[in-house]
Design a protein around this ligand. Sequence first.
Ligand code: ADP
Ligand code: MG
Length: 239
Amino acid sequence: MSGPNTQVVLRLEGVGRMHGSGAAEVSALHEVDLTVHAGEFLAVMGPSGSGKSTLLALAGGLDRPTAGRVLVEGVPLDGLSRRRLADVRRRSVGYVFQDYNLIPALTAAENIALPRELDGASTRTARQEALAALAELGIGELADRFPDGMSGGQQQRVAIARALIGERRLVLADEPTGALDSATGEAVLGVLRARCDTGAAAVMVTHDPAHAAWADRVVFLRDGRITDQSVQQRIEVAR
Ligand code: ADP
Ligand code: MG
């Protein structure tokens, strides 16, 4: 395949992340090389403490590596000012936090619309997009509800809708199905899959092999290193 689907959306080059110093030094991630193309859905698996969340935070520019570099759509994040980094995060990256991170004072629709409004979309357009995203995730009726009035699973779906709004090319999701029953979890995975099929790249942390099966490729982390990769049958598109 040639054209947009061969585009590299995310690249990690020799990425490492150390925490602390001296005897208390922890290597959360070590010399990780990873390339994710447009159209690709990548799952990251590994035991607790293996560096999955660290990898995702570095990929989304929420944390900075202590070695190597991260490029999003070809832009090295290390060279960016805080302001430009915030722009890249808002325009290119949708991030689903493990603990949702919704703003309690805003309704579901307002939470979802906020990144679009910050990006210059009109309130009306942003609201329409938010309603469409809520409908896609099967929770259209929650538009005007506040996070406090929603179950964990509902908040999780709002967080996913917020990550998908706009034309973000990179969707990063840390255990996005943790609070969902299996049918709802599968539906959410279907939405992520569809987003990749229309040209986004997604990286999802999961501990559930059935959920990883939705991905094109699975990367296994142990002690901050990629130990193995498995390519699933569906990706045999010639790149
Ligand atoms: P996972 O998401 O796979 O459970 P993490 O990426 O959260 O793993 O953490 C990887 C390792 O880095 C763990 O040993 C964790 O204790 C350590 N770590 C993560 N964040 C910090 C931090 N802010 N300070 C010190 N150690 C950290
Ligand atoms: Mg984690």
